[in-house]
Design a protein around this ligand. Structure first.
Ligand SMILES: [Mg+2]
Length: 206
């Protein structure tokens, strides 16, 4: 009997943030660059914003309170309204009959607009957006909530995402099977964190 349920990340797991980044963050990047109220390299900040929750980037690069507030005001109202495209191989996941749950961190309005533009709303049983502005919950908390709320056994859950410090870490802390979606082969292959370069390999885990 097929039982595995999939807990999926959104950004850089279902679609590449780089495909929308320059356009989406145009005003934000300009505001940061113009202010100069940060420490470190501006290009590094741009790269980090596209793969890490914004609040963490602001902290890591010592944004001033003033700059942080300006960025927050931009972010809170930000949406992406142009066409978006998921990774080709996401269609493999999409076509699986397994139950899927989307767990993503970010600004609520923005994450909702991406889900809409990607046309993936109906792929999921539940969609959880962890908005760091309004929530102190972590992916680990949400995973636990999904498991308890649906009476899943831990061994029937598979976590899939691109971030070893976020969903993959949460998955291992909860003793869930986790697989790193590592399209570019950035990470060293290890026994403890299995990885795949394409969703065509997902069948090994479900
Ligand atoms: Mg991600």
């Amino acid at each position: 009997m097929m039982k595995t349920v999939l807990l999926l990340d959104l950004d850089n797991t279902i679609y590449p943030v780089s495909s929308i980044g320059d356009k989406l963050f145009k005003t934000l990047f300009a505001t940061i660059e113009k202010s100069g109220e940060f420490e470190g390299n501006f290009e590094a900040i741009k790269a980090e914003i596209q793969r890490t929750p914004f609040q963490k980037v602001a902290y890591d690069f010592s944004f001033t309170k003033k700059l942080l507030n300006e960025c927050m005001n931009i972010h809170i109202h930000l949406t992406y309204d142009d066409p978006m495209f998921y990774f080709d191989d996401y269609s493999v996941i999409r076509n699986l009959p397994h139950k899927k749950y989307l767990v993503t961190s970010g600004f609520t309005k923005l994450q909702n607009s991406k889900i809409k533009q990607l046309g993936i709303f109906n792929d999921f049983e539940e969609i959880h957006i962890i908005d760091l502005q309004t929530s102190v919950l972590t992916k680990k908390d949400i995973f636990q909530k999904i498991i308890e709320g649906n009476n899943f056994q831990k061994n029937e859950v598979l976590v899939i995402g691109d971030d070893i410090n976020s969903e993959i870490k949460a998955g291992s802390e909860l003793d869930l099977k986790s697989v790193l979606y590592d399209r570019k082969g950035k990470f060293l292959k290890t026994e403890s964190i299995p990885s795949i370069a394409t969703f065509h390999e997902i069948h090994r885990f479900i």
